[in-house]
Design a protein around this ligand. Structure first.
Ligand code: ARG
Length: 463
């Protein structure tokens, strides 16, 4: 027996080519699954004993051995070797080293195919919980900012041109809604994935009298998956995870794009905290919004990971294929990326400053209260379409003269419509414009305060 003998080596006359070993091995990355692998194996060993497939003494020995392996890994004493192929083999081989032949009984009524399907579900289930709590942390920051900045008026954009004035808080709360939906998507996918595939064996189930429901209960699953072929070939839950992470990153990326724009000297709406920016090696005046740029950039790799997994799965015949080993790196990478991004983004938003004066000046530019003049005329009885046309003419006049709407004299206003009276000037202030938008979900302070209350209840119900 050579040192290189595999746990599955019985059928083979030659040991694996070194190149094949290296190519085949996933241990370098799937070792991250060690705690889930061990937890699953402990539940499996207990079930085997409960069913009389192994003795209680054997199961106890296996559990003690597995606990020792867990602590060896956690204290850095465990030696990972490429020759062990993957985390499942590495743990089993070490178990046999520690407790002898009894260790070889652990894999009874199990395959690495259902084992890896179990491990990855347990891993994702945990990660989803931690991503969800990071989202809650971020939502808290957004609500805090919305409360703090409740009186800051900002331009609201369409086509990246000033459209109508809004409260900056209203803008923060738009991101609250996006991240709230992300939160619920993570919740949904965690519900669907929470069924144990263990016991599906290689693909067809097992001839042993196992109790899959017991294992599922031990591992806090809602229940068991229903079809053994599907159990080992399904990665829908991972696709849902990577899609959901992609949507979350898309939200952070849009936010980042605005942070980048708004912090330029050209906009100067916000000032990022120094500790969230970096300098240039050549241009001493630079303060670069690297964090926001990196989040925007990292969104690309997260989309890439999602596409990788979809492409991986698209033509795979049932049931397990080794291709599926390629699912792990994209999953790990996207989880790591969204985790880091959420943490850092929340702090950046928490610490950034709004340049309220600058925002107000910008909000007043670009004839942003033109809609308010049209609404004014409608209230005086004019059909909206006619009002729109008249105000278009008024704006054209102001553009021609190079003045703001508020600088147009009453006689000029009246030359466009005799419905206009001196109270027009009250309707076209920024404050009047904002506070007039009292429709549900609108930007009036009263509405924004309502949104803040709802946002707080969502956070309370979910943390
Ligand atoms: N390392 C493998 C994976 O991640 C584990 C399952 C291997 N199964 C097999 N029949 N070779 O997919």
């Amino acid at each position: 027996m050579s040192d290189n003998r595999k746990l599955w080596g019985g059928r083979f006359n030659l040991s694996t080519d070194k190149l094949v070993d290296d190519f085949n091995a996933s241990i370098s990355f799937d070792k991250r699954l060690y705690s889930y692998d061990i937890r699953g194996s402990i539940a499996h060993a207990k079930m085997l004993a409960k069913q009389g497939i192994i003795t209680t003494m054997e199961s106890d020995q296996i559990v003690i051995g597995l606990d020792q392996i867990l602590s060896e890994i956690e204290t850095g004493k465990f030696i990972f070797s490429e020759a062990d192929e993957d985390i499942h083999m590495a743990v089993e081989k070490r178990l046999i080293e520690i407790i002898g032949d009894t260790g070889g009984k652990l894999h009874t009524a199990r395959s690495r195919n259902d084992q890896v399907a179990l491990d990855i579900r347990l891993y994702i289930r945990d990660q989803v919980e931690s991503i969800k709590s990071l989202i809650i942390g971020f939502l808290e920051v957004l609500v805090k900012r919305a409360e703090k900045d409740i009186d800051v008026i900002s331009p609201g954009f369409t086509h990246l041109q000033a459209g109508q004035p809004i409260l900056f808080s209203h803008y923060f709360l738009a991101y609250f809604q996006m991240l709230k939906r992300d939160y619920t998507r993570f919740t949904d996918l965690a519900i669907r994935l929470n069924y144990s595939p263990l016991g599906a064996g290689a693909l067809a189930g097992t001839s042993f009298d196992i109790d899959r429901h017991f294992v599922a209960k031990e591992l806090d699953f809602y229940g068991v998956t229903e079809n053994s072929i599907d159990s080992v070939s399904d990665r829908d839950f991972a696709l849902e995870l990577l899609s959901t992470i992609s949507i979350t990153m898309m939200h952070l990326s849009r936010f980042s794009e605005e942070i980048i724009l708004f912090s330029t000297s050209e906009f100067n709406y916000i000032t990022l905290s120094d500790d969230f920016c970096t300098g240039s090696s050549i241009m001493p005046q630079k303060k670069n919004p690297d964090v926001a740029e990196l989040i925007r950039g990292k969104t690309a790799r997260v989309y890439g990971n999602m596409i990788t997994l979809f492409t991986l799965m698209k033509a795979l015949p049932l049931a397990y294929n080794k291709d599926m080993q390629e699912d792990k790196e994209p999953i790990f990478d996207s989880v790591d990326t969204v985790t880091m991004s959420l943490k850092i983004f929340a702090s950046m938003i928490d610490k950034m400053e709004l340049n309220a004066e600058k925002l107000k000046i910008a909000a007043a530019k670009g004839y942003s209260t033109a809609t308010d003049i049209a609404d004014y005329l409608v209230r005086k009885g004019l059909p909206f379409r006619q009002a729109h046309y008249i105000v278009g003419k008024v704006v054209a006049y102001a553009v021609e003269e190079g003045i703001e709407l508020s600088q147009i004299s009453l006689p000029i206003f009246q030359s466009y419509s005799n419905l206009i009276e001196v109270d027009i000037y009250d309707s076209i202030t920024l404050e009047a414009s904002v506070s007039s938008r009292q429709s549900y979900g609108g930007t009036a302070k009263s509405q924004v305060l309502k949104q803040i209350e709802l946002a707080k209840s969502f956070i309370n119900e979910n943390s």
